[in-house]
Design a protein around this ligand. Structure first.
Ligand code: NI
Length: 400
């Protein structure tokens, strides 16, 4: 059984360093696959901690390292903990001393905090090597915000093998939840996010002579209406899905029927078969309506990140760890949300859990949501994040 109090003391001791790292990263944000300085800082920190087998340049800027426990004589399981490192193309509007130095680039999703927390975790664990058996692999990933994302390529380069990883854990700060709380749930917690575009080729002409034309706007309007029946009439009502048409471009003049129209939108789902159904039916409905209305319709469907699905046993380990660290009244069941996350690729390969660390502080005005130019977190959330992750990892290795 892991003793929580000493972990808490360790973390309190390292928090000034964790906060300094987070602020440095916040000042120097880098976009997906361009995290060169971030990766260098990560590698330097890991090296100074004595982390073994540090590898850099994985899928461009990814970094991994191993922390081997000495309690089991080299035996034991391998657990991977992942942080994402990338920032967003957003102009920061915060007036803080650690404001972004890079014009138009901002850590507006908290990945600076994720990176700083994982470095803090590495520090806690390297100081406790003699207290656990097994290996912790720390993984710093590029480009979570930039589909197809950084996770898939790192997996393709073998980060889950040599040594074989048994379980995977990750976290995200949650600006919609109060600081000091942890949110964790089994099963699907984030959606699969796909995009589609629909090209309608019709026949333009004078707006006063529709009978000589095939109106792509009328065809597009039918398609938009029909797509709304997919979720309401074809998806099992106890399962969740979203189909949103978000762009509709056609025409330039009030009295000219255009030749073409372009639509695009997003599809969110949790179950693979709902995802398959929507992909098939969007194409069938759109092309069918086109045929019925004498237009030629082409549909492109691009699959984005799959749903993030947590393993039940791994989720129980996180929930117990969170309860030990922040108290049962501050641990909540995570409701599934329609956003997407490429940690899902790790969860397709290994059992694991992705959980959420409340970071909002209304009294301090830290209330702006993810991807907002005024996004900022209560840095105290990182204590709960590191504590929960450290306890999770140690309890997993002990149970293994
Ligand atoms: Ni994010």
């Amino acid at each position: 059984m892991v003793v929580e109090a000493p972990i808490r003391n360790d973390i309190d001791e390292i928090m000034p360093g964790v906060i300094a790292d987070r602020r440095h990263l916040h000042e120097h944000p880098e976009l997906g696959f361009q995290e060169h300085k971030t990766a260098r800082l990560v590698a330097e920190r890991l090296e100074s901690l004595g982390v073994e087998d540090i590898r850099t340049g994985i899928n461009k800027t990814g970094v991994t390292g191993l922390i081997r426990g000495t309690a089991g004589g080299g035996e034991g399981k391998v657990v991977l903990v992942r942080a994402d490192m990338d920032a967003l193309p957003i102009v920061e509007e915060n007036a803080v001393e650690y404001k972004s130095h890079h014009d138009g680039v901002m850590h507006a999703c908290g990945h600076d905090a994720h990176t700083a927390m994982l470095l803090g975790l590495a520090r806690v664990l390297t100081e406790r090597r003699d207290q656990f058996a097994g290996t912790v692999k720390v993984l710093f990933q590029p480009a979570e915000e930039l589909p197809p994302g950084g996770a898939k390529g790192m997996i393709a380069e073998g980060v889950l093998n040599e040594p074989h990883v048994d379980a995977v854990f990750g976290l995200h700060v949650a600006q919609e939840e109060a600081v000091g709380t942890i949110h964790v749930g089994a099963g699907p917690v984030m959606a699969a996010a796909d995009r589609f575009s629909i090209h309608i080729k019709a026949k333009g002409g004078h707006g006063a002579a529709p009978h000589d034309c095939i109106d792509p706007i009328a065809v597009g309007a039918q398609i938009v209406s029909s797509l709304q029946t997919l979720v309401s009439r074809e998806v099992d009502p106890i399962r969740h899905a979203v189909v949103s048409v978000c762009t509709f471009h056609a025409g330039n003049a009030f009295n000219v029927i255009p030749d073409t129209a372009e639509l695009s939108g997003t599809v969110r789902s949790f179950d693979p078969d709902v995802r398959d159904l929507l992909q098939d039916r969007i194409a069938a409905l759109a092309t069918g309506i086109g045929a019925a209305m004498r237009a030629k319709v082409e549909v492109t469907y691009d699959r984005g990140y799959p749903a993030t699905v947590n393993d039940e046993a791994m989720t129980a380990i996180v929930r117990d760890a969170a309860t030990a660290v922040v108290g049962a009244d501050r641990v909540h069941t995570k409701k599934p949300q329609m956003g997407a996350e490429d940690f899902s690729y790790f969860l397709l390969e290994r059992p694991g859990c992705f959980f959420f660390v409340g970071s909002k502080n209304e009294a301090e005005g830290l209330v702006w949501g993810h991807h907002h130019p005024r996004f900022d977190i209560d840095e105290e959330c990182m204590t709960a994040g590191i504590g929960t992750m450290a306890t999770t990892v140690l309890n997993f290795l002990e149970q293994a």
